[in-house]
Design a protein. Structure first.
Length: 385
């Protein structure tokens, strides 16, 4: 590491940090990108094999439009790098007639011009006979949506950044002290990183770096994910026979992604788990969680009731009180920015977030009030998912 001063230092090489570094570098600026454990590492919210990219957000047009902006940027990136980062599997929403969220989702998709299919229960059962949703009366299919290869995407993007002149530094960074204008941060190796502007995109580490500011405004929670082995010779759980799907009528909000590259059929529950430390938390799944999963499979995916668990992951969400992103300037430092509060639904938005944040920093573009620090309360009341 040299003593050069960068225009920008971005702390956190996950999807938010990497895309922010990308757009800052595109302006011709010098950029350093730091990460304590490496891009899309096993502790990171951007780690893991796959993430959903969907346009539907119930009545929330803001995130629908951000997803619409992000998808072509993901596809352009995939074409540029020759990596099949995006897989167009379709995304299927499953619910019943009482679900106002799904009705609003349909209205928003129609308003912004997103292709969709509205399906009755009989049609869902006919098209996906390997699934059993007795509590579902209708669904919505986004045929142009699908999934992203998360770890591969972030690691490929960081390699591209390095090739474009970004300096990648494997190091954690100390929390800034005092106030005013920050000139440098200390790395875990004891050296200083000097920059004109600092951007912290540290996901679940943000409350640890800025405890007074964010300990009660960002909530890291433990989340368990399972990969199941389908019967030998079966294509029922791979594309094109299996889309991404979200089961909204079930209390635990299950969601599933098809088997990609032989890793197994991925399934998880979207309820927030207990508080979790991303550095020291145990990432072993308990037997009670597997029992709960088996009960769900018995009712809804009978072919997989006794399927072997090929792999499990314990990752974390790091949400703000209601699920809105936090993208704002630090109130005590004129040249420090913070971006986070995204995991659980943020991965897909990486390109749009990087574009938005770089626009704010470079050009003074107006900010979205919902992303401001002042809009973040301290009591959890999930509204965006």
């Amino acid at each position: 590491m040299t003593n050069k001063t960068y225009d920008f230092a971005v702390v956190g090489a996950g999807v938010f940090g990497a895309w922010t570094a990308y757009f800052l570098r595109q302006s011709g600026a010098s950029v350093a990108l730091l990460d304590a454990y490496g891009p899309a590492n096993s502790r990171a919210s951007s780690g893991g094999e796959t993430r959903v990219i969907r346009m539907g957000y119930g009545p929330d047009e803001l995130y629908t439009r951000w997803a619409m902006r992000s998808l072509p940027l993901w596809r352009e990136f995939a074409a540029r790098t020759g990596r099949e980062i995006f897989r167009q599997t379709g995304v299927l929403w499953l619910s019943d007639d009482s679900d106002a969220y799904l009705g609003s989702l349909c209205s928003v998709l129609a308003h912004v011009g997103i292709e969709r299919e509205e399906l009755k229960a009989k049609e869902i059962a006919r098209r996906w006979p390997q699934l059993r949703f007795h509590d579902v009366t209708w669904g919505v299919l986004e045929p142009a949506s699908g999934l992203l290869l998360a770890r591969d995407a972030v690691q490929t993007l960081v390699k591209e950044l390095v090739n474009s002149g970004v300096e990648y530094i494997l190091s954690s960074a100390s929390a800034p002290s005092d106030s005013g204008k920050l000139s440098e941060i200390q790395s875990s190796s004891g050296e200083s990183v000097l920059a004109g502007t600092f951007v912290f995109c540290c996901g679940p580490w943000l409350p640890k770096i800025f405890p007074e500011l964010l300990a009660e405004r960002i909530f890291p929670t433990r989340q368990e994910v399972f990969f199941l082995g389908a019967p030998s010779g079966s294509m029922d759980f791979r594309p094109p026979k299996m889309p991404v799907w979200l089961h909204r009528t079930h209390a635990d909000l299950p969601y599933a992604l098809p088997d990609i590259e032989g890793r197994g059929f991925k399934i998880a529950f979207d309820r927030h788990g207990e508080r979790f430390d991303p550095d020291t938390g145990s990432r072993v799944v308990g037997e009670s969680s597997i029992a709960r999963l088996r009960d769900y499979l018995r009712q809804h995916i009978p072919q997989l009731e006794h399927a072997p668990v090929l792999e499990t992951r314990v990752c974390q969400y790091e949400n703000t009180w209601n699920g809105d992103f936090l993208i704002d300037r630090h109130p005590q430092f004129e040249n420090v920015w913070i971006a986070g509060g995204g995991s659980g639904h943020g991965f897909k938005h990486g390109p749009a977030l990087g574009e938005y944040l770089s626009g704010r920093i470079l050009h003074g573009a107006p900010g979205e009030p919902r992303f401001s620090l002042s809009a973040k309360l301290t009591a959890q009341n999930r509204a965006v998912y």
